[in-house]
Design a protein around this ligand. Structure first.
Ligand code: SAH
Length: 252
């Protein structure tokens, strides 16, 4: 069996109970060495083979998984955060399907959740934003035409940008060109959320690039943008004493 596992955003104890159990049972671990905390390898059993996929191609990863299957060895494919975001997991699953090899997927805590925790923030505040756009700036990997940052920024909702820390001048321009944010709209750079070396840098849309430069941050960070980082919002209906719902009678 091949197990895709979300490692979580950094801290080794943020992996799920299931993920940790499967790591401990694996005969072979292929981990995304560029971002997965190596401390997670402490969960492995004696004799488990370990490969860093940062140095491998898709073909090499699949060949190793197939060889393990032939020899009755369990493989764990360990991805950072949750594999469903920028995880290049679909192409692996498609190759395994072609070969008829069985796999399953254990979710993990994505770094956008780790970043919210680091910020002590809620992305979906009543009357501020009820939507979160997860995207990236176009770089060496292109972004489809309809998803240009400028267009997405026109909604003014909460945004979380992956893989964009090296392009913050362009990010600022695109965010402003959307017309919904201003240079003063709150923003934050969260570097290595939930790792011991985590850094939280609060700034504004207009100071994103400068803030990253001042703090020497070039990668492994998320950019978050929007009024959710401000101080104004409405209380939830759910916990409003006057609001009646299926589990509680409201009092006038
Ligand atoms: N699947 C991962 C994302 C992989 S893409 C997830 O769910 O989090 C890699 C990008 O994710 C990095 O360039 C960075 O933008 C972001 N990232 C991953 N881990 C991070 C962390 N602990 N703190 C901040 N950003 C992180």
């Amino acid at each position: 069996m091949i197990h895709f596992i979300g490692a979580g955003s950094g801290a080794a104890d943020l992996i799920t109970v299931r993920g940790a159990r499967l790591l401990g049972e694996a005969d072979c671990i292929i981990y995304a060495g560029s971002l997965v905390n190596p401390a997670l390898l402490d969960y492995k059993k004696d004799g488990c083979a370990v490969y860093n996929s940062a140095k491998m191609t898709l073909e090499e990863v699949i060949a190793l998984m197939a060889e393990n299957e032939q020899n009755g060895r369990d493989t764990v494919r360990l991805h950072t955060g949750d594999p469903c975001l920028y995880g290049a997991i679909r192409e692996q699953m498609d190759e395994l399907d072609k070969l008829g090899l069985p796999y399953d997927d254990t979710p993990g805590v994505s770094s956008f959740c780790g970043a919210a925790a680091a910020l002590h923030a809620e992305y979906t505040l009543p009357e501020v934003s009820q939507s979160v756009i997860i995207t990236r700036m176009a770089g060496r990997t292109p972004v489809p035409q309809g998803e240009q940052l400028k267009k997405l920024a026109s909604h003014g909702c909460t945004m979380v940008l992956f893989l964009s820390t090296g392009l913050l001048e362009e990010v600022e321009q695109e965010l402003l060109a959307g017309g919904a944010y201003t240079a003063d709209t709150p923003a934050a750079i969260v570097y290595k959320a939930t790792w011991p070396e985590e850094k939280v840098l609060r700034c504004t849309v207009g100071t994103l690039a400068q803030t990253a430069r001042d703090n020497h941050i070039t990668k492994t960070a998320l950019i978050t943008v929007g009024g959710f980082l401000g101080d104004n919002y409405e209380r939830s209906k759910l916990y409003d004493p006057a609001f009646t719902h299926g589990y509680r009678e409201g009092r006038p």
